[in-house]
Design a binder for this molecule. Structure first.
Ligand code: KG4
Ligand code: ZN
Length: 334
């Protein structure tokens, strides 16, 4: 039985997973938006305030006591260090006092592990698109813990570009979802926007120039919010989809996985589904509530680690980290 917490940014989350992998209880608290963005100290303090009651809540809902939990997991990074330290210290303290193992989990691996299943038949090799507020990357996966970076963004993440464009248009923060809704009523061809690093063969992304082009187009005052949103969304999704499927074909993947907050985007989901059916590939899309940050994905990453190594454990000295760098994504922090 795994109890996991996630506090990498400004969402506080906790979940309990049974030994068989069933979600017994889960909660996410989306902290009230501060104007303009996340204020790290406010986010950290709110995690501190929310986690105890939230954890008691998921334990009660799952019908478990602390003594039933066999493993405690928390996100170690990448993310906001102050926020991470709260969840990490909280889960470590529970593990320490219960004399149970603690597992520190990589947040990016956790996003991909929302799709974790023990039966991997037909799944690998896979190409995974991770598109969130902090990251945008393509991975080649030959197993759940065998994940190689193909390319990532050189500047802004896709979610960040959505949020900044939405903010400019007065849609609040984080405005990715609001922009997505507005785009439904617009013409995606109305505003001409560039496709930076647009070649499908290039696995890297760049959204900063696109975001600036959108701002300049918006400032002309010539475009309706609906058309602006639809054109911007179409450009971002076009880049994500074409690059993902180019890699999937090139690497003869059996499946394509999408994860991260932007995987909640309605056009992205439709376009990925169209391409996957045209290419005859299996597509794994997260349920909407599991695209954005949650603790179920952290618990599943811990479950995957324990399935491959029942003795898996992170040291209690395992620290928070802001950035992930390298070309191999490893889920357990040692
Ligand atoms: O994965 P996530 O919760 O946090 C990070 O790890 O960054 O992703 C949050 C991001 C935000 O930028 C948010 O605007 C974006 O996901 N997002 C969306 C949609 N829903 C959430 N972006 C576009 N369309 C959506 N429907
Ligand atoms: Zn995330």
């Amino acid at each position: 039985m795994i109890l996991a917490v996630e506090t990498s940014c400004d969402d506080s989350a906790a979940a309990v997973l049974s030994a068989e992998g069933a979600v017994l209880a889960q909660r996410v608290f989306t902290q009230p938006a501060q104007s303009g963005g996340v204020v790290p100290e406010i986010a950290s303090r709110l995690h501190m305030k929310i986690l105890p009651e939230m954890t008691a809540g998921v334990l009660a809902e799952s019908g478990c006591t602390l003594g039933d939990i066999t493993h405690f997991a928390a996100t170690a990074g990448p993310g906001l260090v102050g926020s991470l330290l709260v969840g990490l210290s909280f889960a470590k303290a529970l593990a320490f006092s219960s004399e149970r193992p603690f597992l520190g989990i990589n947040h990016l691996a956790a996003h991909l592990h929302i799709h974790y299943e023990r039966d991997t038949e037909d799944l690998f090799p896979a190409v995974a698109l991770l598109a969130s507020g902090g990251h945008t990357a393509l991975f080649h996966m030959t197993g759940w813990n065998d994940c190689r970076l193909l390319g990532c963004t050189r500047d802004d993440a896709a979610g960040e570009a959505f949020d900044k464009t939405a903010k400019l248009m007065g849609l609040g923060f984080p405005g990715g979802k609001a922009l997505d809704l507005l785009a439904e009523r617009g013409d995606p061809t109305a505003v001409e926007l560039p496709s930076p690093m647009g070649g499908a063969k290039n696995p890297e992304f760049s959204f900063s120039g696109l975001k600036t082009a959108a701002r300049l187009a918006w400032e002309t005052g010539l475009h309706s919010p609906e058309d602006m949103a639809a054109s911007f969304r179409a450009r971002v999704c076009g880049l994500l989809v074409s690059k993902t499927f180019h890699q999937a074909r090139k690497l003869r993947a059996s499946s394509v996985m999408a994860a991260g907050g932007v995987a909640a985007n309605s056009l992205l989901r439709l376009r990925l589904a169209d391409e996957a059916s045209a290419a005859g590939l299996r597509l794994l899309l997260p349920p909407l509530k599991h695209a954005t940050d949650n603790a179920v994905m952290v618990a599943r990453a811990a479950r995957a680690e324990l399935d491959s190594d029942p003795g898996a454990i992170s040291p209690l000295s395992c620290n928070a980290f802001a950035r992930w760098e390298g070309d191999r994504l490893v889920r357990l922090c040692r």
